[in-house]
Design a binder for this molecule. Structure first.
Ligand code: MIC
Ligand code: SF4
Length: 642
């Protein structure tokens, strides 16, 4: 079986720098563009600085500020200055706070069909909506891509999602991806790329396609891709970039590892219930649920199409008195359109609160719902506590469903709102670049300003010959990086200071974790399936490492988090269910000859001396990954060879 004829295969072939294009093999691909955002970008640039290169080597690198825009202290503002200086010094575009959410701005301003994009954010696959192979990664991997180092990835399995028919009124792109999450779950995409083809593709605009590829991240997939067709070309023309368009289609003989048939016309409005994006049911099943808050925006649903729909549905009406409706436009271009065509006025008159053009409530930066409150959001993640309110009930749905809830104060089928607005994609967007600073043509010498909260990367000791540590934590399936290291307005400003942020490791779920680690000095975590799902934040690996976590024994790992663990020298070990059930918190674990195992063994035993048992475990690391762990992390490894 070969993936050569698929769209993924064609881009990988063009970008291949090392290895064979056989599913399961590790290859290296050239990265054309990178994106970083402020919450992961400060580490990424500290890491880039540690590589001692004068300038980035990519075609385009963009540093966005969109997550940490709430300036309640000096920390975030200092981070913005640091990132501004790094961009100037290293030849990177700088998207100032207020320009919009990285993924939407990137789609509009930089995304190019047939090219590769690596971003230090898990929703980087948004750009797959215009035929770009766009992958999320940890900051260190993006720093290396900026340094021109080809990106290592396992050749994925490619799954074909064939779309038929057209979306009925009141059903939108969000329902397509919620339906896939319902069918496949948050683990359904591990090791896979989803390619969308079929006659239904032409019924979707680029923004709608991007809503789908964006939330492909929630399936755990490497990425998702749509063809680049005339609709893509028109989108790029509307953004003044038709010259950058290139066609992309699967070849006639393309082979896929699986086919999913999806008839768009059979879909109805769906909603993900607390606390997982795959906990999906029909809106009709929850009819009447009382709603406290409605939040519209995020990189998934804040395009012109989505917000124009919201404005049209709010026009001449008033939101329910018990509901707070907040709306955050995704980009300045979209915001200007909405201002100029009167949409924002319609929203405001209806009672909406207009927020900054940023991630905002999606990552708990403001707008936490009331205690026990029900919040309907057009976002992509509803993990427990992510909203900033531990006992809030967060639901994910389309803009149509969200706005209907805002008007009625209860969850209702959006069709009760009457006629479905017929919207047309604009022929031209205002090509506003007023908050985008292009890189200088030649290298710039300047002192990078580093505020007091920006601390050097911690030094991490290399792996010891013998592992002898306690299981400090045993967790179940689908632990998210938000569980490991939460976002929110209190913790996010500490992203540039590992010592400070490490104090919040597991602090929502296991408040004594940090104390325990301080006492023990080192420890091991045992976990179920899909450990570390969700974001790309390397802090969720680096902070536990800093506290002394040396190894994680899990039934399976989320792809992005596993890469981050390796990059920071935590050994990811795979165990079977029989082993998982025998390990308990407090067990002392011993592994002898760890260096030898890391050098050449796949299978080995972990000993629990007190119980007198030896349990089988599996390393499952590529040669490169072994070398990185042995070197004590990726920075040491590359500093040696660059
Ligand atoms: C998210 O949606 O979880 C984030 C916040 O955008 C993260 C990045 C981060 O933690 O900074 C992501 O998706 O990778
Ligand atoms: Fe920002 Fe939310 Fe998108 Fe993450 S998912 S990039 S926090 S808008």
């Amino acid at each position: 079986m070969t993936i050569e004829g698929t769209m993924t295969g064609q881009i990988l072939r063009k970008s291949l720098r090392e290895g064979e294009l056989e599913p399961g093999n590790e290859i290296r691909i050239a990265i054309d563009q990178t994106l970083t955002q402020d919450a992961t970008g400060t580490l990424a640039f500290l890491e880039f600085m540690a590589l001692n290169l004068p300038r980035v080597k990519t075609e385009v690198s963009v540093s966005y500020v969109d997550h940490n825009t709430l300036q309640t202290g000096f920390e975030n503002a200092d981070d913005h200055l640091f990132l501004r200086d790094c961009a100037k010094r290293f030849g990177v575009y700088f998207s100032k706070p207020g320009n919009g959410i990285c993924h939407q701005v990137h789609l509009e301003r930089f995304g190019r069909p047939f090219k590769t994009l690596l971003g230090s954010d898990s929703h980087t696959p948004t750009a797959g909506g215009l035929g770009m192979l766009a992958v999320g990664a940890g900051g260190m991997d993006v720093a290396l891509a900026m340094a021109g180092v080809p990106f290592p990835m396992k050749v994925p399995e490619v799954i074909n999602v064939r779309l038929y028919g057209r979306l009925p009124d009141w059903v939108s792109a969000k329902d397509v991806i919620l339906e896939l999450l319902r069918r496949l779950s948050v683990k359904g995409g591990l090791g896979k790329v989803f390619e969308y083809t079929g006659p239904g593709v032409k019924e979707l605009s680029v923004y709608q396609r991007s809503c789908i590829t964006n939330m492909g991240a929630e399936l755990g997939a490497w990425t998702s891709l749509f063809p680049s067709d005339e609709i893509t070309r028109e989108f790029m023309r509307a953004h003044g970039r038709e010259g950058e368009w290139a066609p992309l289609f699967p070849m006639e003989d393309a082979q896929y590892h699986g086919v999913i048939e999806l008839d768009l016309s059979s879909l109805h409005p769906l909603i993900a219930m607390p606390h997982s994006p795959d906990n999906v049911v029909a809106v009709s099943e929850l009819q009447g649920l009382k709603v406290d808050q409605v939040a519209i925006g995020s990189c998934t649903n804040s395009s012109y199409r989505d917000l124009k729909m919201v404005a049209e549905l709010l026009k001449g009406k008033r939101i329910h008195p018990d509901v707070s409706l907040v709306i955050s436009p995704g980009s300045r271009r979209v915001f200007l359109m909405l201002l100029e065509d009167g949409s924002i006025a319609q929203m405001v008159k209806a009672g909406a609160r207009i927020l900054e053009l940023a991630c905002g409530p999606c990552i708990g930066m403001g707008q936490a719902p009331p205690s026990g409150g029900v919040s309907i959001r057009t976002f992509n993640r509803n993990f427990k506590g992510r909203s900033g309110t531990e006992d809030a009930e967060v639901y994910l749905a389309s803009p149509e469903v969200a706005v209907a809830a805002a008007l009625k104060g209860r969850l209702v089928s959006p069709s009760v709102l009457g006629g479905y607005p017929k919207l047309k994609e604009p022929d031209r967007y205002p090509l506003d670049d007023s908050l985008l600073i292009p890189p200088d043509p030649s290298p710039v010498e300047l002192n990078i300003r580093m505020g007091p909260n920006i601390r050097p990367l911690p030094h991490l000791p290399a792996v010891a010959e013998e592992i002898d540590a306690t299981i400090v934590l045993k967790v179940g399936d689908n632990i998210t990086t938000d569980d490991i290291l939460p976002g929110g307005s209190k913790v996010l400003p500490l992203r540039s200071n590992i010592e400070a942020i490490s104090k919040y490791t597991y602090h929502r779920l296991f408040p004594d974790f940090v104390e325990k680690m301080k006492r023990l000095g080192k420890g091991i975590i045992v976990a179920g399936e899909n450990y570390g799902q969700g974001s790309s934040r390397e802090h969720a690996a680096l902070a536990p490492r800093y506290l002394g976590i040396v190894m994680i024994l899990a039934k399976s790992f989320a792809r992005l988090h596993r890469a981050n663990l390796i990059n920071y020298g935590i050994i990811p070990v795979q165990i079977e269910e029989e082993v998982y059930v025998q390990l308990q918190e407090g067990d002392q674990i011993r592994v002898q000859g760890m260096l030898e195992i890391l050098r050449k063994r796949e299978e080995f035993y972990v000993e629990v001396p007190k119980k007198g048992i030896k349990l089988p475990a599996n390393l499952n690391l590529s040669e490169r990954e072994r070398d990185i762990v042995l070197a004590g992390g990726i920075l040491n490894y590359y500093q040696r060879i660059l």
